[in-house]
Ligand binder design. Structure first.
Ligand SMILES: [Mg+2]
Length: 269
């Protein structure tokens, strides 16, 4: 079901709560996917809407696989909360806090990065994100073939250095073996900011953890959380299986944010 079909049901209940929070993914959600991750830009309309929503909601936060400082710079609104590295670090009021458990794995990550750089295939882009690392292959000549050829290599590197390997959209991710993900980060934000309702927006496999967390929070009655899956050319099955509602791409996210803002304004007058 698309979000437009739930404004009188699920979303009506959502927006009727007192302490509503908005937690959004960045790439592929408020920022169109581009070939060079460095070139990704948050749409000006999304930025304006997030700024306005900050004045009407209990929390507006952005969460990403990128470093928290990178997310903050890209969204560019210092008043928001930013969770980076899938929950391993948080940027709030100009300070980045790294989870201590993540810092202990930094030497292992550096050794793994060196091994990846020695064996990387042409066109691959290796990104050191502090607590984690990404190996992008979107811009290689044949991404599926590159993925198939490199998977055993990076699996072996991850195993050797006691790191976890994750597969995103055209990207391998190496992370410390700690149980922190967008789902635990989402629950932490709900707790820290005492939200009685929350909406999550995301498009990728790693967002499924948060979409599932939203369902669990709503089921156990601790927070009326709703998960919105953002459709793309290649929506992962995990997102299809775990979202409560769907949004038709980055542009439709803007339409949703605009609806949310108008609803929040209407309910506060
Ligand atoms: Mg994304």
């Amino acid at each position: 079901m698309y979000w437009q079909d739930a404004t009188a049901s699920l979303l009506h209940t959502l927006t009727g709560h007192n302490r509503l929070g908005l937690i959004t993914d960045v790439d592929g959600t408020i920022s169109p996917i581009v070939n060079q991750p460095d070139a990704a830009q948050v749409t000006p309309r999304s930025r304006d809407l997030l700024r306005a929503l900050h004045g009407h909601l209990a929390l507006v936060a952005a969460i990403s696989g990128r470093a928290a400082s990178d997310v903050q710079a890209r969204v560019g609104l210092p008043e928001l909360v930013y969770v980076g590295n899938h929950g391993l670090e948080t940027w709030i009021n100009g300070q980045v806090a790294l989870a201590p458990a993540a810092a202990a794995y930094r030497p292992a990550l550096e050794a793994a990065l060196a091994a990846v750089r020695r064996q990387q295939l042409p066109g691959m882009l290796v990104e050191d994100k502090g607590a984690t690392a990404s190996v992008h292959y979107r811009q290689t000549a044949d991404p599926p073939a590159t993925a198939a050829a490199f998977t055993p290599v990076i699996e072996s590197i991850a195993a050797q250095h006691d790191l976890r390997l994750y597969h995103g959209r055209m990207v391998f991710e190496l992370r410390p073996p700690i149980d922190v993900n967008k789902g635990t980060a989402f629950v932490q934000l709900v707790t820290d900011h005492q939200l009685d309702a929350a909406v999550y927006l995301g498009d990728d496999t790693t967002d499924a953890d948060a979409l599932l967390a939203a369902q669990r929070l709503r089921a156990d009655g601790s927070c009326f959380a709703v998960g919105l899956g953002v459709e793309s050319e290649h929506t992962p099955q995990a997102v299809r299986d775990s979202a409560d509602l769907f949004v038709r791409g980055v542009q439709d996210v803007e339409t949703f944010l605009s609806w949310l803002l108008n609803t929040a304004i209407a309910s506060s007058t």
